[in-house]
Write a protein that binds this ligand. Structure first.
Ligand code: 3HC
Length: 305
């Protein structure tokens, strides 16, 4: 092990930060580019499912809140693309890899949002799961990624609260509104558990990412943390989580719960989800329609030189 490798290993062992100018193993860099790019893509694609409800929100207040949330997600994507660029990759190239299908985004955004209750459920469950997964990433070993996470997690907390408050309001409404919330939760519960990735035993990346301090907890640990956090919230809302195996296990000090359909996750991740084609088509169209903005920014940049 040469001096650079020893310094890298010592920094990781001290739970300290690796910075862009530091030497790092190629595998460490590749893993970070893959994960940060996927995370950024997820934030950008994640604007679509809820964005479809901005013009149909039932009140000005709900529209303002949803607009602010979707705008936040765009900003999260930009922070994360900036973090990825510190690893020597080009943002335009990452976007091309997303649009060509070469790089992924979170499976959760490939599910439809036919009901307004989905806006609340996404805030409560999807952003809730994101918080469980992202708070530990504030301590990830790569400096720019961890610092981007601090700002993002602060905004995710608002996202989760506004979703929960929306559902609480609907649960205090009519029977039809309560039924809308339960139907939405039934559709999103299992895909939300899949956001944490496959079981640790089937994860090709977790062990290495834990050793490098990229991940601070495994997929199963964070999934368990999310279930334990969400069950009392579901009780407070008055909704049932659609898992007959869900129960408190006093001995473990955690909830026991059923297993998501991992074949479904594999299908959705490989492009065969309910909305994969629609999401990528929308992203490609937005990219094409935005070419004039990029051209204007380039011209302005050249003019200011
Ligand atoms: N959706 C899409 N791909 C997934 C996935 C999912 N739910 N779960 C796993 N995968 C992919 C992984 O990217 C990996 O891909 P590879 O073929 O390039 O190696 C493969 O399946 C195996 O999974 P691993 O668990 O081994 O992979 P990771 O170690 O990368 O763990 C992860 C997966 C937990 C998602 C991790 O990448 C991670 O923590 N990413 C950062 C957080 C993130 O991206 N969250 C997604 C949602 S962002 C969001 O919710 C925004 C909020 O505002 C709503």
């Amino acid at each position: 092990m040469d001096e650079s490798e020893r310094q890298f290993e010592d920094t990781i062992a001290r739970h300290d930060r690796i910075e862009p100018r530091d030497w790092m193993p190629d595998g460490y860099r590749r893993t970070l580019v893959r994960q940060i790019a996927q995370h950024a893509h997820s934030e950008v694609i994640g604007m679509q499912p809820e964005g479809a409800w901005i013009t149909r929100a039932p009140s000005l207040r709900r529209r303002q809140v949803l607009l602010a949330k979707v705008q936040d997600e765009a900003g999260h994507g930009l922070y994360l693309y900036s973090a990825a660029e510190t690893l020597g990759v080009d943002r335009d190239d990452l976007e091309q890899q997303l649009m060509s299908g070469a790089q992924k985004y979170s499976s959760i955004f490939n599910y439809p949002t036919p009901s307004y209750a989905d806006v609340g459920t996404i805030g409560w469950l999807v952003d809730g799961a994101a918080i469980c997964n992202q708070v530990p990433l504030c301590r990830t070993s790569y400096g720019p990624y961890g610092r981007a996470m601090v700002r993002i997690c602060k905004e995710e907390s608002f996202h989760q609260r506004q979703g929960f408050e929306l559902l609480m309001t609907m649960m205090g409404g009519t029977d039809e509104q309560r039924a809308m919330v339960q139907e939405s939760v039934d559709r999103f519960w299992w895909p939300a558990l899949m956001m944490f990735g496959p079981p640790d035993a089937d994860s090709p990346n977790t062990a290495r990412s834990m050793a490098w301090g990229i991940k601070r907890h495994t997929n199963d640990e964070l999934r368990q943390r999310f279930v334990d956090m969400t069950v009392p919230q579901a009780d407070a809302l008055g909704v049932t989580l659609p898992d007959p195996e869900l129960r408190w296990n006093e001995e473990r000090g955690h909830h026991d719960f059923g297993q998501p359909d991992w074949d479904e996750l594999k299908r959705v991740v490989s492009g065969d989800g309910p909305c994969n084609a629609e999401r990528l088509e929308h992203r490609r169209r937005a990219h094409d329609e935005g070419e004039w903005v990029r051209a204007a920014a380039r011209a302005a940049g050249e003019a200011s030189r």
